[in-house]
Write a protein that binds this ligand. Structure first.
Ligand code: MGD
Ligand code: MGD
Ligand code: SF4
Ligand code: MO
Length: 764
């Protein structure tokens, strides 16, 4: 009998051979170079390594497919503009092994599901389209034409376009993303969930409401000029490594850095004792001036404590707040202050888990400074009160007039290399009416104005059989989403699941009744079309749009570009009823950009400006103090302290990334910066919490979460004592996604609360 979807979706429970060492005191440097080079040499064809390192993130070259950190506007280093993890991303994408029909004939879907995520990822690059017929045990080859027809027939046989779900992951370029959403809207639905729903959606919600733009407001230059940069809920040493070079410049210019994080992440500091930070080094520079070991989800409490003390000082002596800015540009100040006064400083500080000494250090740094930048990532966005987290930090920036001036502002650091661009060009399940109107005016069809499914809604709809077809443009849905068991059943309920992918992943194994894998080109590969090798474009975390053009020969002749796949499917599905001449676009991507220019604001002279070295900035109201909010001003907001309480024996768990993974892609089994080697099934615990439970290092435990009466379990994890606040623990994503309840998500944004999972630990 074949395995159940749930068994296939869960990562195998086998242990490797855990070794724990003291975390390193210095990040990047030689260790990083060694690690990256060994990956490159092991997996990339020797002839390609130099081409990659010379062209990655260079003007006229290709954009690193890793994170969304921006490239410097000024001259790029000719020694290489990439980091350890950028090169690891390339080593993964440009693997010399390719897998096609023989691989799939040798390995059944059930057998593959027993491989670890690391093994699945290292099987090689997908080389040809594959099809899994109903009831079959093995994928078999299919021609592109037949694959397109199959998708078209399935889509056309749905009783309603809203029965299809079209997911996107943030590597997709602007050109492919624009055409994809256009096809989905012409097909008749707004069901465009994307990885952003699980990532910075809470930032988008909070920032749109308060500042009128769902993106950050700063540029790299601002970071260099800030008086103080607060890095909260982010681990840049692993996830945005080149941000450390920017922070180094901040320091060189006299700026101060505060890191707020339950963990003393090595990328931000050297560290010996959790309560007593010592030197923090990166490439020889001490980075963080203060490290704040906050309790998980203690951020609103900490910011409130800070706001209360600042208010006290403002009322005593004045000069702390930027009164002129508040008067001219903001709304809601009085109500916000009145609410703030209802809180008690000591209670807030206690709820944050931060000592008074550490608090005072931060207070002294913030008190008289007015050029403040706050950078954040998943440590703030993946909580039930994620939107409040971000609104509260905006309150601080507004009080300080730290928006829309040099060296100050918001910096939500994005994840995937083009997740921001995808949203800009229309991947949005609840796109604004003005955008839909422009689509209608340009193409002559009326897009659905109904809000579509976000990730959470899509899973529910598939589970309840209201949605019957899942299409993924990139990504690894089953491993990325919360509540693995429920979500696996949701996918299995579909009639057809389709993935456009570069690499094999678990989502190809947890299928609907039929399934397709459509292999596409990676970033570094040349995209040959009728008018020659095509250029594409991406938008980084600071709103700069730049070109990306592959330099390597494709790893297989049978690959298609994402643009060509979307055009092929649109053509096969919509046929003569389409108002769009789909096949023209894939011949010449300039035509796609001409359309984007007409439909999306800020892309004037797109094709010409894309040729400018380094690209161009998109307009950003907050950057110029033009707040496109409902009130026309920047809005103060009122945010409550989180209301959850741990039950007896419970811990609050955050699911985080190791140094050797890119989301669901596992580069290796180490987490070097945390001193963990050769194992992913671990739980970081406070040593006092271990003692309370009679647990020793390396003890094996099972994890259990109970939410609204439903119990979820993940078995076989080894305990690692770590400097993490009491009552907090950490595990790696995706191994523990099975514990994240689907209905635990951020209010207004629906970001799964995967950093706030309440669990108990049971010794095996
Ligand atoms: N190499 C590499 N680069 C990546 C990725 C990757 O997987 N690998 N993923 C990309 C993507 S899509 C994204 S979204 C980003 C993710 O980048 P990050 O957000 O840096 O990634 P996470 O590992 O989720 O780390 C969250 C950090 O927040 C802290 N944290 C958790 N809960 C709290 C809290 O309640 N309060 C505070 N103050 N801190 C908290 C954790 O200790 C951790 O340091 O990175 C991108 N870049
Ligand atoms: N518990 C927990 N869950 C989380 C998170 C967490 O912190 N904790 N983080 C969340 C976040 S922030 C995010 S962004 C999501 C990530 O969710 P996803 O974006 O769905 O996941 P990825 O792992 O980035 O997707 C990797 C797959 O994308 C495909 N791929 C890679 N490059 C390309 C390309 O150029 N084109 C195409 N078509 N395919 C490509 C490969 O097949 C690869 O297997 O996960 C979320 N899930
Ligand atoms: S910081 Fe991010 S974008 Fe830059 S090279 Fe490293 S992984 Fe790539
Ligand atoms: Mo992300």
């Amino acid at each position: 009998m074949s395995k159940s979807p749930i068994d296939k979706a869960l990562t195998p429970e086998k242990f490797q051979n855990l070794k724990v060492k003291t975390p390193p005191s210095n990040t990047a440097g030689l260790g990083g170079l060694k690690a990256a080079t060994s990956h490159a040499v092991k997996y990339i064809k020797p002839g390609n390594i130099l081409k990659i390192t010379q062209n990655i993130n260079q003007k006229g070259g290709f954009d690193c497919p890793g994170c969304a950190w921006p490239d410097p506007d000024d001259d790029r280093s000719s020694l290489g503009e990439y980091c350890e993890n950028g090169l690891k991303a390339m080593a993964e994408e440009m693997q010399k092994t390719v897998i096609g029909r023989d691989f799939f004939a040798d390995n059944s879907v059930d057998e593959l599901s027993e491989w670890s995520d690391f093994e699945i990822g290292k099987s090689g690059r997908l080389a040809e389209p594959m099809y899994l017929p109903k009831g079959a045990t093995h994928y078999q080859p299919i021609s592109w034409n037949d694959a397109f027809k199959k998708v078209g027939n399935h889509l056309n046989s749905l009783s309603n376009p809203d029965e299809a779900v079209f997911y996107t992951s943030g590597r997709t370029t602007n050109e492919a993303a624009f055409l994809y959403q256009l096809f989905v809207r012409e097909f008749g639905t707004s069901n465009l969930p994307d990885c952003s729903n699980m990532c910075h959606e809470a930032s988008g919600s909070a920032l749109s409401e308060t500042l009128g733009i769902g993106k950050g407001s700063v540029t790299l230059e601002d970071l260099y000029k800030a008086e103080i940069v607060i890095v909260v809920g982010q681990n840049p040493g692993t996830n945005h490594p080149r941000m450390l070079s920017a922070l180094e410049k901040t320091k060189k210019n006299g700026g101060k850095i505060v890191a707020i994080n339950p963990l003393p992440e090595a990328g931000l500091m050297k560290f010996t004792d959790p309560q007593n930070p010592v030197k923090m080094l990166t490439g020889g520079t001490k980075l963080s001036d203060v490290f704040v070991p906050i309790t998980i989800n203690g951020d609103v409490a900490f910011f409130k404590a800070l706001l209360l003390k600042l208010l006290e000082r403002e009322e005593e002596k004045g000069g702390v707040f930027d009164k002129a800015f508040i008067k001219e540009y903001t709304n809601g100040y009085e109500g916000f202050i009145a609410d703030l006064k209802t809180y008690n400083f000591e209670d807030c500080l206690e709820a944050s888990g931060v000592s008074k000494e550490t608090f005072d250090e931060v207070f002294d740094l913030v008190l008289n400074r007015k050029k403040i930048i706050i950078c954040w990532a998943m440590g703030l966005t993946q909580h039930e009160n994620a939107v409040d987290n971000i609104r509260e930090l905006v309150n601080l920036l507004l009080l300080k007039g730290s928006i829309g001036k040099e060296g100050a502002g918001t910096c939500p650091v994005r994840g995937h290399s083009n997740v921001q661009g995808d949203r800009t060009v229309g991947i949005w399940e609840s796109a604004p009416q003005a955008f839909l109107d422009k689509i209608e005016a340009k193409y002559g069809f009326k897009p659905s104005t109904k809000h579509g499914y976000s990730v959470i809604d899509a899973i529910k709809a598939m589970y309840e059989k209201k949605a019957k077809l899942f299409f993924g443009l990139g990504g690894n849905f089953i491993s990325a989403v919360p509540d693995t068991a429920y979500s696996a059943q949701a996918l299995a309920n579909c009639n057809l699941t389709v993935h456009v992918s570069t690499k094999l992943n678990r989502s190809h194994l947890v299928t609907g009744k039929e399934a397709l894998i459509l292999p596409c080109l990676g970033r570094a590969e040349k995209d040959f079309q009728k008018t020659g090798v095509q250029t594409q474009s991406v938008e980084n975390s600071m709103g700069v749009v730049s070109s990306t053009k592959g330099v390597l020969e494709p790893c297989s002749d049978a690959l298609m570009s994402e643009v060509a796949v979307v055009c092929g499917i649109a053509h096969a599905t919509l046929k003569k009823r389409s108002k769009v001449d789909w096949l023209r676009y894939q011949e010449d991507y300039d035509l796609v950009r001409n359309d984007i220019e007409e439909v999306v604001d800020g892309f004037k002279d797109y094709n010409e400006r894309l040729q400018e070295p380094g690209g161009f900035y998109l307009p950003n109201g907050a950057r110029n103090r033009k707040f496109k909010t409902k009130t026309g001003k920047a809005n103060f907001t009122i945010n409550k302290l989180p209301s959850w309480k741990l039950k007896e024996a419970e811990l609050i768990m955050m699911t985080i990334r190791s140094h050797d993974q890119f989301n669901t892609t596992i580069y290796g089994m180490d987490d070097r910066y945390r001193g963990v080697f050769n194992e992913r099934r671990i739980i970081f615990m406070n040593r006092e919490d271990m003692k309370l439970r009679s647990l020793k290092e390396y003890d094996v435990v099972n994890l259990k979460s109970e939410y609204n009466g439903v119990i979820r379990e993940a078995n076989n994890f080894k305990v690692v004592g770590y400097s993490i606040p009491k009552n907090c623990c950490a595990t790696y994503f995706p191994e523990t996604n099975v514990l994240v309840p689907l209905d635990s998500f951020a209010h207004t944004a629906k970001t799964p609360a995967s950093k706030s999972v309440r669990i108990t630990v049971v010794k095996v």
